[in-house]
Design a protein around this ligand. Structure first.
Ligand SMILES: NC(=O)c1ccc[n+]([C@@H]2O[C@H](COP(=O)([O-])OP(=O)(O)OC[C@H]3O[C@@H](n4cnc5c(N)ncnc54)[C@H](O)[C@@H]3O)[C@@H](O)[C@H]2O)c1
Length: 306
């Protein structure tokens, strides 16, 4: 029996990038996956990949910032297998990016925050009752059975998992990123709130804050720029001297979905190769020689020379 046999997951934005990595990983571990995405071509491709590799998956095309899409996705997951276990809230669009408060329009704020946060509220609103109704998977222990002292009725556990994808941008700030940074910080707050609200139902809610993850989109952009040294500058900023992959995030999602993670809720797991724990002034000192030796690298200070 695979790790997640008989489990059903919804992955929003699961057609490509980090979401695609999560969909493939969960499917390889036995989960039936519903990909919810606005991009039909890539959603279809990822479903085909999963089926070819012996997994089970379908897709639903829709914008998760619309309430009816969140309702539809939960209904579809229940139609597929009769149950819902995991909700991975990951969908993202470039329109979520913005400038400072001066440059951002009211519409950009509404659209960006709609996808970054309101979609996550809708997702939970419809998924939690479905998870509760699904109950536990037969044969999977939902009752506390560890050592140590506890009294009273066994609590519910392993009924459901919600994982919200935040970002290091929700923890440390970059310039001119009002909508994205505010949205990603809000994801951490709403994760903690949902953890408090749904813990007694046996549903844990956690966030993941990735560092720079090279997705298909990211790889294309780096290749197009031809800026190998610029990319290496990114790598050098990481204590582990590399950027991340969708699989790095998918592994963390898989862990947080597992029964072993039943006592972890309301937390934000930072998966960033140590990027955000460094003393900033030391990074600058460490990288200054590399930047001055490579003046073609596109930094704001080097712009005039490029
Ligand atoms: N890639 C990174 O470096 C990085 C770093 C930190 C956090 N993140 C977060 O990880 C998540 C995934 O990012 P990514 O880089 O894989 O993005 P991506 O652009 O590669 O993939 C996003 C997916 O979401 C889909 N999508 C866009 N708008 C949607 C909508 N309204 N409804 C449903 N689906 C929609 C896209 O079609 C695409 O398949 C995002 O929440 C992002 O903020 C990414």
């Amino acid at each position: 029996m695979k790790k997640f046999s008989k489990r059903t997951a919804i992955v929003t934005g699961g057609a490509s990038g980090i979401g695609g990595g999560c969909a493939k990983k969960l499917a390889s571990e036995g989960t039936t996956v519903l990909i919810v995405d606005i991009n039909k071509a890539t959603a279809k491709k990822t479903v085909e990949y999963i089926l070819e590799h012996g997994g089970s998956a379908e897709y639903l095309i829709g914008d998760v910032s619309e309430e009816n899409v969140s309702k539809q996705m939960v209904d579809k997951a229940i139609d597929m297998t009769g149950r819902l276990d995991f909700l991975i809230q990951n969908a993202y669009s470039h329109t979520s990016d913005s400038g400072s408060a001066i440059e951002t329009t009211s519409d950009e704020w509404d659209t960006g925050i709609g996808l970054l946060t309101k979609a996550l509220f809708f997702g939970a609103k419809y998924s939690v009752p479905a998870m509760t109704e699904s109950g536990n998977v037969t044969g999977i222990n939902t009752e506390w059975s560890g050592f140590g002292l506890r009294n009273g009725e066994p609590p519910k556990q392993n009924i459901g998992r919600i994982i919200n994808i935040s970002s290091v941008h929700g923890i440390v700030q970059a310039p001119k990123s009002l909508v994205y940074a505010s949205g990603k910080a809000a994801v951490i707050g709403l994760t903690r709130q949902m953890a408090i609200d749904f813990g007694e139902l046996g549903i844990t809610v956690n966030a993941i804050a990735p560092g720079h993850i090279v997705t298909e989109r990211g790889q294309k952009a780096w290749e197009k720029s031809g800026d190998k040294k610029g990319f290496h500058l990114f790598e050098l900023q990481y204590p582990v001297r590399r950027t991340g992959t969708p699989e790095d995030i998918a592994s963390s999602v898989s862990f947080l979905c597992s029964d072993e993670a039943s006592f972890i809720t309301g937390t934000t797991l930072t998966v960033d190769g140590g990027l955000s724990i460094q003393l900033q002034e030391n990074i600058v000192m460490r990288l200054k020689d590399y930047i001055s030796e490579n003046p073609e690298i596109k930094t704001p200070g080097n712009k005039k020379k490029n």
